[in-house]
Design a protein around this ligand. Structure first.
Ligand code: ZN
Length: 98
């Protein structure tokens, strides 16, 4: 409820428990203080969850020889993708010409 029940004007979230226009008491509203504390709590909870998942995810172990093989595999995949792209481009050119 962001409007005053007495004068009907928009009051928004305020720390004061009264309407700033007519002075009527505002009940059943979420105060700005509660909103701030809730946002801070949610942020801290998110950080704790991130930390929890980050510390519990296993780090893959690689030997130096495996790392080199992996690099070669990546290079192979990249060159294959480049060749495929070139082939499909030539195919397109041929279909456009023919
Ligand atoms: Zn009011």
């Amino acid at each position: 409820m962001a409007t005053c029940p007495s004068c009907g004007r928009y009051v928004g979230p305020t720390d004061a428990g009264t309407c700033s226009y007519c002075g009527a008491r505002l009940t059943g509203r979420m105060t700005l203080r509660a909103l701030k504390i809730g946002a801070l709590g949610l942020a801290v909870l998110g950080l704790i969850l991130l930390w929890w998942f980050a510390t519990r995810s296993p780090v893959p172990m690689l030997k130096i020889g495996q790392a080199q093989a992996l690099t070669l595999d990546v290079m192979d995949v990249a060159s294959r993708a480049a060749a495929q792209t070139q082939a499909s481009q030539e195919e397109m050119i041929q279909s456009n010409v023919g």
